[in-house]
Write a protein that binds this ligand. Structure first.
Ligand SMILES: Cc1cc2nc3c(=O)[nH]c(=O)nc-3n(C[C@H](O)[C@H](O)[C@H](O)COP(=O)(O)OP(=O)(O)OC[C@H]3O[C@@H](n4cnc5c(N)ncnc54)[C@H](O)[C@@H]3O)c2cc1C
Length: 471
C-alpha cells in the first residue's frame, strides 16, 4: 500500500509540471473561509489552473500518480460535496471566470465554470437578459457548481432547473481527455445527450470548464408581496392563480411556515403586522412589469380579485425597493439556523406541489414519533414542490440524525417525491441515498462511475459509495 502523499509532495510535483497552475498551501488556506463545510480545505492544498489545458494536464498527472481530486467552485454547496482530506488535491475554478460571450439575439451566454452566478446575471442584465436561474447564494456560487449540483432555486417553476438551462458544456474527464460539446442550440438529438451525465454529477465524472447557457428576457421592473394564508393548499391555489395571469409574469413564489418566519423576523429585528406574523403560512411572491408602479398596481388588482377565492388573511405589498429587499431577506437569510440549532440537519426534498401540505404534516408527525414535541421549520419553492425542512433540534448524534432523516425521507417515494431536490447527495447524504434511492438506480450510477472513472479518483466519497480500485 502506497503512503498518502503529503501536501508538500503534491505541491512540488505540480510545480514541476510547468503548467499555469497557482497553488494555495495550508498557510494561505488558514486565512480563508472554508465555505459551508469546515473540511473543504482538508487536503491542505488547492490547485487553481488558469485554463482548460492546464487543468487537463493536471488531471493526467493526478491519474498517473493515483491522486484523488476534489473539484471546488464557490464552496456554497450544502451537502459536503467539496470536503477534502490529506492526500487529495482540491481543484478550484476561481481563475477560470471569464464571461466569454453574450448573444442576446440568440439568447445564449458562453461562460467559464468559475464565473459567479451574480457576475453572469449582471452581464446578461446589461443586454436585457437573464440566465433564468436564481438562488440566495448567487454572489458566491459558480456556474460550474450550479451545473454540477443541477441547481434549481427560485425560478425553477418558470425556467426549469440547470439541466434545462445548459445548452452546451465542456469538461475535463477523469482520463484527462476533453468532452467538448459547446453546442448553442435547444434542439439537438444527436444520439445520447452525454452532457446531461455531468449535470448533477457533483464532480464525480468530470470537471466542468465552460458552459453555454440559455438566456431569457429580463423583466424591466418587479413587485414584491408577503401574503398571509391559512394553509399550503390555499397558498398553492393563490400561487397558481397568480402564475396563470399573463399580466403579472410571476417570478417567484416562496412559502414560509409560521415558525420559520418568526425565527427569521426575530433574528432580523423585523416587525410584521399581526395578521402576517401569525398566519400559518406566508407566501412571498414577486411579479414583473414594465415599471415598478405598473407591476405593483397589477399585483394589487390581482390580489383584490383573488382575496376571497383564495382565502387570503392579510398581506403587504412592498412600497419601495428597500422594503422588497427586506421581505426577501426574511426568506433568504439562513444564518440564524446554526446559532439556534448547532449542527442542525438540513433536508431538501420534493413532492408534487399539491402534496406540499400533506408532506409537511406527515413529516411533523414522523418527527414527533422520533422525539415527542419535535417539529420542523419548513420553507418551500412552492410551485415546483421543493421543501426545505429543518428539524428544530441541534446537538444531533449520528444515530439521531439517521432517525430524523428516515422520518423525513420515508414515504417520499410513495408520494412520487425525491429525497434530494436541488442540493445533491455529496458526502452528507450518502447514508440516506443508500437507504432511500432504489437499488437499481444506484447500481446504474455505480456502473457509469466505474466506466468513466475506474480508479475512483474524481471526488471520492461523494454520491457513489463504491469507489472503484484506487490506482
Ligand atoms: C444561502 C444559500 C442559499 C442556497 N440556495 C439554493 C437554492 O435555492 N437552490 C439550490 O439549488 N441550491 C442552493 N444553495 C446551495 C448551493 O449554493 C448550490 O448547490 C450551488 O450550485 C453550489 O455552487 P458552488 O459554486 O458554491 O459549488 P461548490 O459548493 O463549490 O460545489 C458543489 C459541488 O459541485 C462540484 N463542483 C463545483 N464546481 C465544479 C466544476 N467546475 N466541475 C465539476 N464539479 C464541480 C463540487 O465538487 C461539489 O460536489 C444555497 C446555498 C446557500 C449557502
Amino acid at each position: 500500500m502506497t503512503a498518502t502523499p503529503s501536501a508538500a509532495t503534491l505541491d512540488a510535483g505540480i510545480r514541476a509540471l510547468g503548467l499555469d497552475i497557482a497553488l494555495r498551501d495550508a498557510a494561505e488556506l488558514a486565512g480563508r473561509h472554508p465555505g459551508t463545510h469546515p473540511d473543504n480545505f482538508g487536503a491542505g492544498l488547492v490547485a487553481r489552473p488558469a485554463d482548460t489545458a492546464a487543468l487537463a494536464g493536471l488531471v493526467r498527472w493526478c491519474r498517473a500518480e493515483g491522486i484523488a481530486l476534489v473539484p471546488q467552485g464557490g464552496l456554497t454547496g450544502l451537502v459536503g460535496g467539496t470536503v477534502s482530506a490529506p492526500g487529495m488535491l482540491a481543484v478550484s475554478t476561481d481563475r477560470m471566470t471569464a464571461i466569454e460571450a453574450i448573444d442576446a439575439a440568440s439568447g445564449i451566454a458562453v461562460v467559464q465554470a468559475g464565473a459567479t452566478l451574480e457576475a453572469v446575471q449582471q452581464a446578461c442584465a446589461a443586454v436585457g437578459m437573464e440566465p433564468g436561474i436564481d438562488l440566495g447564494s448567487r454572489g458566491t456560487a459558480t456556474i460550474g457548481g450550479l451545473v454540477s449540483t443541477n441547481a434549481g432555486g427560485i425560478q425553477a417553476f418558470r425556467h426549469g432547473v440547470m439541466r434545462h438551462r445548459v445548452l452546451g458544456l465542456e469538461a475535463v474527464l477523469p482520463d484527462g481527455s476533453l468532452l467538448s460539446d459547446m453546442t448553442q442550440v435547444v434542439k439537438n438529438t444527436t444520439g445520447y445527450d452525454v452532457k446531461q451525465l455531468l449535470i448533477g454529477a457533483e464532480g464525480t465524472l468530470g470537471i466542468v470548464t465552460r458552459v453555454v447557457l440559455k438566456l431569457s428576457p429580463l423583466p424591466a421592473a418587479r413587485a414584491v408581496a408577503l401574503l398571509a394564508l391559512p394553509d399550503a393548499t390555499a397558498a398553492l391555489r393563490l400561487g397558481q392563480a397568480l402564475n396563470a395571469d399573463p399580466a403579472l409574469s410571476l417570478q417567484a413564489c416562496e412559502l414560509m411556515t409560521r415558525d420559520f418566519l418568526h425565527l427569521n423576523a426575530e433574528a432580523q429585528g423585523t416587525s410584521l403586522p399581526g395578521g402576517v406574523a401569525e398566519a400559518p403560512v406566508t407566501l412571498l411572491v414577486e411579479t414583473a412589469g414594465a415599471t415598478p408602479e405598473g407591476a405593483a398596481a397589477a399585483l394589487e388588482t390581482a390580489l383584490d380579485a383573488l382575496w376571497e377565492p383564495c382565502g387570503l388573511l392579510d398581506g403587504i405589498v412592498a412600497q419601495s425597493l428597500d422594503q422588497a429587499r427586506r421581505l426577501w431577506h426574511l426568506r433568504e437569510d439562513m444564518s440564524v439556523f446554526a446559532a439556534r440549532y448547532p449542527g442542525y440537519l438540513s433536508c431538501d426534498i420534493s413532492v408534487p406541489p399539491a402534496r406540499v401540505g400533506e408532506a409537511t404534516a406527515r413529516i411533523n408527525a414522523a418527527l414527533a414519533e422520533v422525539e415527542p414535541g419535535l417539529s420542523a421549520l419548513v420553507f418551500a419553492h412552492l410551485l415546483d414542490g421543493n421543501l426545505h425542512v429543518i428539524p428544530r433540534r441541534g446537538g444531533l448524534t449520528p444515530a439521531l440524525r439517521a432517525r430524523l432523516e428516515d422520518a423525513i425521507y420515508g414515504g417520499l417515494a410513495a408520494m412520487g417525491g425525491a429525497m434530494s431536490a436541488e442540493h445533491g447527495i455529496g458526502s452528507k447524504k450518502q447514508r440516506a441515498y443508500e437507504a432511500h434511492v432504489p437499488a437499481a438506480k444506484r447500481a446504474m450510477v455505480a456502473a457509469i462511475k466505474a466506466v468513466l472513472d475506474p480508479a475512483g479518483l474524481f471526488n471520492p466519497g461523494k454520491i457513489v459509495a463504491v469507489q472503484g480500485e484506487q490506482a
